[in-house]
Ligand binder design. Structure first.
Ligand code: FAD
Ligand code: SIN
Length: 531
């Protein structure tokens, strides 16, 4: 198969880029892949909303910039922050023009508040903002005859000079991407999808931890593919744990999120006995940035030997609560919790990768002809900790910029025709799926026990040793077995585990989301971790 532009991922990052190219260049062919169906993405799960400076009478760009820099704890790149904050409102207006509905009061948008924001600036659609955005971008994409979405196509590896028999190393600055090998899940065939330009927008990797708010598609495939292709990764140690996933003793994957917007609406974090505790950690209490709140909850749970802490909403107006958070209300009721009469049990859960594929302000990765957009990237916006609701905004802004850059440059490139077919010789069908499922469980245990909210040098060393064994076993299996999505996801998640652990081991300080008991202070020298 051949296409002008190959986009891997149909969430907000991938589809925004695709739509913006299709709008400008009807003669280009654009192929978007999604590994399951087109409505399943992290995007679709977003609850709180999109942060944007919307009302300049009460808010200001500088305030949003300062809040983002403050949450990022010294590691944000100022240029990226300024770009996203200042271009953000126009990009939000774009999706409103495409049909996205956001809640309104009588005269204006109903702007919500989340942790770390100094103003109300979150546009939202009830607690279903992500579903509304995913619906909008899918409907908009369907209007273009030159834009095709292929569902159930699983990208395996980027095609580079490596596949033409050349040695490719991370030190080279002339690596090029010619498309990707993809597994057609309907035929089980591995196809070559050749492209002039490839964009990776495969989202996050929350599934590397036992507890996560991320759906099962979030296995870091694009990040791992880019690393295998010898691209550069940045800030992988900064894994954001959301403070308030619903504690469900029955266990579920993913964990259900209780949006930070609930705290913005007046919900208060408390102990089982109903006492507040956040004042001990930060003057902003329940609305402090996420790293602080998640660590505080983790600490209280450990000190008290509790399995969860609580979010108290009993003092809030029932009708208003239900109007804003119908999904959260119904979910709590479904597990026997009435949020208006009982405190909601909550636990921190892995939520967002602040690090990822290193890109510049136009979304270029270190590999030529390969752009990256969305949660799979590190643009420099989030630094050591992402400010709530800045992620959807980042994808909108960068999707627009990437599209503009591609439109300018695509004609410089041609399809490379001399790419060999995928070589599956010597592999046999998997006989023991338990090898994959058990290794995945082990991986999640290792990451949750040793590379979670609080780290130490001994824990990181133990994780490194355990991961290298899992890596060797899985590579062995990979080379002998016919490929399946499950095996590819396991392999990708092991790479993600390695990248997080390696970056965490290199950072000999505590900053933002990375806290280690061996180096509890911040260093004076600010530096990103690049692998
Ligand atoms: P995704 O939306 O995850 O899309 C990834 C796409 O890549 C999917 O189509 C998937 O099928 C495809 N894909 C992945 N691997 C492959 C492969 N190997 N082959 C082919 N296709 C592949 N952010 C905010 O700003 N505000 C919020 O309120 C908010 N709430 C959130 C609530 C929850 C529960 C979660 C989980 C996240 C939330 N976030 C929020 C974060 C935000 O939703 C994500 O960061 C963002 O949607 C990521 O978009 P994306 O386009 O990068 O990736
Ligand atoms: C939430 O609604 O709490 C999630 C917001 C985010 O991750 O940005």
């Amino acid at each position: 198969m051949q296409t002008d532009i190959l986009i891997i991922g149909a969430g907000i990052g991938g589809l925004t880029t695709a739509i913006k190219i299709a709008e400008q260049q009807p003669e280009l062919t654009i192929t978007v892949l999604t590994k399951t169906n087109d409505s399943e993405s992290n995007t679709a799960y977003a609850q709180g909303g999109v942060a944007a400076v919307w009302d300049l009478k009460v808010d200001a760009y500088q305030k949003h910039i300062d809040d983002t820099l403050d949450a990022g704890d010294g590691l944000c790149k100022l240029e990226a922050v300024q770009i996203v904050v200042k271009e953000g409102p126009d990009r939000v207006q774009d999706i409103i023009d495409w049909g996205a509905r956001f809640d309104k009061t009588e005269e204006a948008y109903d702007l919500g508040r989340e942790g770390g924001h100094s103003e109300n600036r979150i546009l939202h659609y009830k607690d279903l903002t992500g579903r509304e955005i995913q619906r909008t971008i899918l409907e908009k994409a369907a209007q273009f005859s030159n834009l095709e979405i292929l569902e159930h196509y699983f990208a395996i590896d980027f095609i580079t000079q490596h596949h033409l028999g050349y040695t490719v190393t991370r030190l080279m600055d002339n690596i090029e991407c010619y498309g990707a090998y993809v597994l057609n899940k309907q035929t089980n065939e591995i196809e070559r999808l050749l492209a002039k330009i490839t964009v990776v927008a495969t989202g996050g990797a929350g599934q590397v931890y036992r507890n996560t708010t991320n759906p099962v598609i979030a296995s870091g495939d694009g990040i791992a593919m880019a690393y295998r292709a010898k691209g550069h990764m940045e800030n992988m140690e900064f894994v954001q744990f959301h403070p308030t996933a619903l504690y469900n003793p029955a266990g579920e994957n993913p964990d259900f999120l209780v949006s930070e917007a609930v705290r913005g609406f007046g919900g208060i974090l408390k102990t089982r006995e109903g006492e507040e505790f956040m004042h001990k950690y930060d003057e902003r209490k329940s609305l402090a940035p996420r790293d602080i709140v998640a660590r505080a909850i983790d600490n209280e749970m450990k000190q008290r030997g509790e399995e969860c802490m609580f979010l108290d909403c009993r003092h809030l107006d029932k009708d208003a609560f239900y109007k804003h958070f119908p999904t959260i209300y119904d979910k709590c009721k479904s597990i026997g919790i009435d949020p208006m009469n009982q405190m909601i049990p909550i636990v921190p859960a892995c939520h967002y990768m602040c690090g990822g594929i290193k890109v510049d302000q136009w979304g270029h990765s270190s590999i030529h002809r390969l752009y990256a957009c969305g949660e799979a990237t590190c643009t420099g916006l989030h630094g050591a900790n992402r400010l709530a609701s800045n992620s959807l905004l980042e994808a909108l802004v960068f999707g627009h910029r990437i599209a503009n850059d591609i439109v300018k440059k695509v004609r410089q490139h041609s399809i490379r025709e001399d790419i060999p077919e995928w070589n599956a010789s010597g592999t046999t069908d998997p006989k023991e799926m338990v090898l994959i499922t058990q290794s995945l469980k082990e991986l999640k245990e290792i990451m949750s026990s040793y590379v979670g909210i609080v780290r130490s040098s001994v824990r990181l060393k133990r994780a490194t040793d355990r991961l290298s064994l899992l890596y060797r076993e899985t590579e062995d299996l990979y080379h002998k077995t016919t490929l399946s999505p499950q095996l590819c996801e396991l392999r990708n998640l092991i790479t993600i585990g390695y990248l997080i652990t390696r970056s965490a081991s290199i950072r000999r300080e505590s900053r933002g989301l990375h806290y280690t008991t061996d180096f509890p202070d911040k260093l004076d020298i600010l530096q990103p971790s690049i692998l």
